[in-house]
Design a protein. Structure first.
Length: 467
């Protein structure tokens, strides 16, 4: 097999730029074709901006719910009416932060010797990439290996076309000059739940329209129940079993029509109804690269497509649409293409977080897996309320849920609902990946007082005494 010495990457998001760095580390000549700027949507319009917005919302939530800690604001008991937000300033900071992050990534790529072409790429019949530069000129880019990492875009409904002012996708909210007075969020998955909670904290009256029985239908049911209870207590309205079919502007707001014919009115509507892969302009069919019915590129566990020498990574593959997964797919692709040691992608080792307040973090096998008999195991759920650190932080909601395999007692999965759950899940991700037992986890010291102490307690509860 000829040695791979040149790589072309189309798309500069986490899958693309991480792959470029690995390929350069392994000595390949690398060209990255990128349309929007290194970092892709994850940095410029999705993960980084949305979590920056949520960070502001969390500060407001902490301030307005701090009365029990003895906090006063101008001598008054904390109340939402005492705390406001300059959304224009918040959005200015968010967009500057995103651009700075993209610039840092670009500088790293250039420093490591990656050639960056500002433009787009598509395949010809031979499997080579034709790059179209920003000025309209084209260039053929021969390569020993190609990686496609073109990401995805917000899905829109034909009868709810975004206008960037009143009917919005999650990429358009950062141009709002003021906090929406009455925001309707259509879609109760991760994106919808995150934005609904954030804008409610910022001061919007929020209605979350869910076509399912509960918010976050793909998450742990106990975790989703906690979030729905918290949202109800805070005054965020959730309309379950309600499917939106259209949205239109009115003279001073929007109307969202449901499948039942009912109409929900508000000042703005955020459509969070899924994503579509950015694969329609790549000429994949002519190059013999297979996609599924949704247009997502079909890949195996080392990111190979159906065409030899062509790999794909990230949201354009539809494989767990997370920035961390995209980055790992890109690294794996280059390790494989360039002959380095490689471990195929293991989805059960992926940790993820819903950045609501409280956060919901998960890893490994799930309650659904246990209930369906896909593994034999035991589960314990430890509420956070009795935890000393949780009491200090006035945290009443949340839990640590731990699954282990019956017999071996190996940690199989976990769910954490808590402030900073995204940080707390890491030791459990290590436990799942390294196949630690609950007894090994229980024997590991935790700080007192700490929320992580509840992880140790959950592990101790799953101990079975030797007979």
């Amino acid at each position: 097999m000829p040695r791979v010495t040149s790589v072309v990457i189309v798309g500069g998001g986490p899958g693309g730029y991480e792959a470029a760095l690995v390929a350069r580390q392994l000595g390949a000549d690398v060209t990255l074709v990128d349309r929007d700027g290194p970092g892709g949507s994850a940095v410029l319009t999705d993960c980084v901006p949305s979590k920056a917005l949520i960070a502001t919302a969390n500060v407001i939530t902490a301030a307005t719910s701090s009365a029990s800690l003895g906090v006063l604001i101008h001598g008054l008991t904390p109340d939402p009416s005492l705390v406001g937000v300059d959304l224009a300033a918040v959005n200015q900071r968010i967009k500057a932060l995103a651009l700075a992050q993209s610039a840092d990534i670009s500088a790293r790529l250039v420093r490591d010797g990656v050639r960056i072409i500002a433009g787009t790429g598509r395949f010809d019949e031979s499997g080579q990439i034709i790059a179209t530069h920003a000025d309209g000129s084209t260039e053929v880019l021969p390569a020993d290996a190609v990686l496609v990492a073109t990401g995805a875009r917000p899905r829109v409904l034909p009868d709810a076309m975004p206008d960037g002012e009143r009917i919005l996708t999650w990429e358009q909210v950062y141009d709002l000059p003021e906090v929406p007075e009455a925001l309707i969020v259509v879609g109760s998955g991760v994106t919808g739940a995150e934005f609904a909670g954030a804008y409610h904290a910022l001061g919007s009256s929020v209605t979350l329209i869910s076509s399912r029985d509960h918010v976050l239908p793909s998450e742990d049911p106990d975790a989703a129940s906690v979030l729905e209870e918290v949202y109800g207590r805070r005054g965020l309205q959730v309309m379950s079993r309600s499917r939106a079919v259209s949205a239109r502007r009115t003279d001073n707001g929007v109307e969202v029509t449901l499948e039942t014919g009912a109409v929900v009115t508000g000042s703005h509507v955020l459509m969070a109804v899924g994503s579509l892969p950015n694969t329609d302009t790549l000429n994949l069919g002519a190059a013999g690269i297979e996609t599924d019915a949704g247009g997502y590129i079909t890949v195996d566990r080392v990111s190979r497509t159906s065409r030899r020498g062509v790999y794909a990574a990230g949201d354009c593959t539809g494989v767990l649409m997370l920035a961390s997964v995209a980055a790992m797919q890109g690294r794996i692709a280059m390790w494989h293409a360039l002959g380095d040691a490689v471990t195929p992608l293991e989805l059960n080792h992926v940790s993820s977080t819903v950045f609501t307040h409280p956060e919901i973090a998960t890893v490994g096998l799930t309650q659904a897996d246990l209930d369906a008999g896909r593994f034999r195991g035991d589960v314990v759920m430890v509420p956070l309320a009795p935890n000393a650190r949780a009491k200090m932080d006035d945290q009443h909601d949340g839990f640590v849920k731990l699954f282990c395999r019956r017999g071996s007692r190996i940690v199989a999965g976990a769910v954490i609902v808590s402030q900073h759950a995204s940080e707390l899940i890491h030791p459990l991700t290590i436990a799942v990946e390294q196949r630690l037992t609950v007894d090994q986890l229980a024997a590991t010291f935790t700080v007192y007082p700490s929320l992580s102490g509840s992880i140790g307690e959950a592990a101790r509860r799953l101990h079975i005494a030797a007979e």
